[in-house]
Write a protein that binds this ligand. Structure first.
Ligand code: MF3
Ligand code: CO
Length: 259
C-alpha cells in the first residue's frame, strides 16, 4: 500500500529536509584529504542532536537478517556504490569519489538524501559521471506530477545515461519515504516492461536515488554485510532527493546540497 501524506505531514518533512540538506552540505565541505569517516559521521550526529532529530540509518536493518547499521551516514568511496559504514580507520584521500547518503527522523517523519563529492584531483570520467547522474535525476523529476507514470522516472534516467556508456544499478531502487525509512513503492532507476504500472498521486513522498557506474550495472556486497561495490570495480556516483508529488509537479523536500 502506498501511503499518501497530508499537507501537514509534508510540512514536517520539509522542516526535516532543511536540516538534512544543511547537514549534508556541512559533511560535503568537510570531505577533504585526511578527513576520517568517523569524524564526518560525528558532524551528522551532532547536527541532528542540536536540531532535535535522530539519524534514521543508525541501527537500521533493511532486512531482519541484516546486522544493525553502524553509522548515521553511509560513506561509500570510489567503486563502493552505497551503504559504506563510517569508521575511524577510513580516511578520505585526494582523488576520491565520495558518496554521502544520510537519513533523518524529525517530527516523526523520515527524509532521505545523498550526493557525490569529488575530492581534489579526480579522474575526468568521475566528474562527468557525477554531473550526468545529477542531471538524469533532475530530468526524471520533471516527468513527475499527479497522474504521471512511476516508470517514466527510471526510463528517463536509463535512456539518458546508458547511451553515454554508464551503467544504471538495478539491484537497489528508490522508494517511498515518510512514515518509514523505506516504504512502497519501489522506484527502479531503469525500465522494464514487465514492471507493474503505477500512476503517481499527489501526496506520495518519494526518495529517488540513481546509483550509476562508469562501467557495468552489476554490483555485489562486501563481506562486511553492508557495502555495495561495482562488480567490475568501476567508479560509482549517487544522487538522491526526497520529493512530494503535487497536482502539477513535485515539491522538493530535501533542498539540493551546496557542495
Ligand atoms: N538511503 C539508503 C537507501 O535508501 C538507506 C541506507 S540504509 C542503511 O538505500 F541501513 F544502509 F543505512
Ligand atoms: Co534512499
Amino acid at each position: 500500500m502506498i501511503k499518501l501524506k497530508t499537507a501537514e505531514e509534508i510540512e514536517k518533512m520539509k522542516r526535516g529536509g532543511e536540516i538534512l540538506s544543511r547537514t549534508l552540505s556541512l559533511i560535503a565541505k568537510a570531505c577533504v584529504p585526511g578527513a576520517n569517516t568517523e569524524d564526518l559521521d560525528k558532524i551528522a550526529r551532532d547536527e541532528f542532536e542540536k536540531a532535535g532529530g535522530k539519524a534514521s540509518f543508525l541501527n537500521y536493518q533493511i532486512h531482519s537478517f541484516d546486522p544493525p547499521y553502524p553509522s548515521a551516514v553511509c560513506i561509500s568511496i570510489n567503486d563502493e556504490v552505497v551503504h559504506g559504514p563510517a569508521t575511524p580507520n577510513r580516511v578520505i584521500k585526494d582523488g576520491d569519489v565520495v558518496k554521502l547518503d544520510i537519513g533523518l527522523w524529525y517530527e516523526d517523519m523520515a527524509t532521505d538524501m545523498a550526493c557525490t563529492v569529488l575530492v581534489g584531483n579526480v579522474p575526468e570520467v568521475a566528474r562527468e559521471l557525477s554531473t550526468e547522474t545529477k542531471k538524469a535525476l533532475q530530468m526524471a523529476l520533471e516527468t513527475i506530477h499527479e497522474g504521471s507514470w512511476l516508470h517514466d522516472i527510471g526510463k528517463t534516467i536509463q535512456d539518458y545515461l546508458e547511451p553515454k556508456g554508464f551503467g544504471v544499478v538495478r539491484d537497489l531502487v528508490g522508494h517511498g519515504v515518510g512514515h518509514g525509512v523505506h516504504e512502497e513503492p519501489q522506484i527502479p532507476h531503469y525500465h522494464d516492461r514487465r514492471m507493474r504500472a503505477i500512476k503517481l498521486k499527489a501526496g506520495m513522498c518519494l526518495a529517488i536515488e540513481p546509483m550509476v557506474t562508469a562501467g557495468d550495472w552489476q554490483v555485489t556486497q562486501k563481506d562486511d554485510g553492508w557495502t555495495i561495490v561495482t562488480l567490475d570495480k568501476s567508479l560509482a556516483a549517487h544522487w538522491e532527493v526526497t520529493i512530494a508529488v503535487t497536482h502539477d509537479g513535485y515539491e522538493l523536500i530535501t533542498p539540493w546540497p551546496t557542495t
